[in-house]
Design a protein around this ligand. Sequence first.
Ligand code: UDP
Length: 234
Amino acid sequence: MMSEMIREDGRKYNELRPIKIEAGVLERADGSAYLEVGGNKILVAVYGPRESYIRRLLEPNTGVIRCRYNMAPFSVDDRKRPGPDRRSSEISKITADALRPALMLENYPRSMVDIYIEVIEAEGGTRCAGITAASVALVDAGIPMKDIVVGCAAGKVNDEIILDLSEVEDKEGQADVPIAMMPRTGEITLLQSDGDLSQEEFEEAINLAMEGCRKVNEIQKEALMKKYSAEMSD
Ligand code: UDP
């Protein structure tokens, strides 16, 4: 029954929105990436590891990661009031938490990695898209990582578990389960759940989101290959 369902935008239950990623799009940042998925447009800049310029954040035995997720005022239908709010502070925190396990920050005492995620246009799923793009930007910055972290959500709409919710599906749906993972080990670094799901549906959503992550991870790797194979042949 599930595989028969066609969604409002014509996708199958396990289909991602069209996605593209480009690595190394900014001259001045140490690393950067641009990502589009569905109607989302996201730009990420990364700096570091560099000596911590904020004394109170300096850790003598490890590096620290800081993340700022920001939505442009023109990124949503109603003008978004500029500046941080509760939602963006939460997403900044969970993004840093999702990426930290992949970074070997213990090798960089007293230093800091800064990640700036700018949502230029939003259409549902920006936290996962931000994590996916940030991870590519971290690789582009040359920061050693255990794996490329990737984010993707699944959710429940019309009693069906579906992959990669659009804004409409997110708003009208019954549940949203964004996750981030390290594909090599399958380690989950973000797991949130908003809405009503039975245990069985919850497990189904996680499995589907993991399947989505693996697909998005292929696009991340292609973006990095494209950038670095082009550079080597220059
Ligand atoms: N959104 C919006 N205005 C806001 C915040 C969000 O229109 O102030 C939209 C935007 O398209 C976003 C979607 O609602 O992607 C879902 O937001 P949510 O908080 O669930 O986070 P996301 O799915 O983007 O990670």
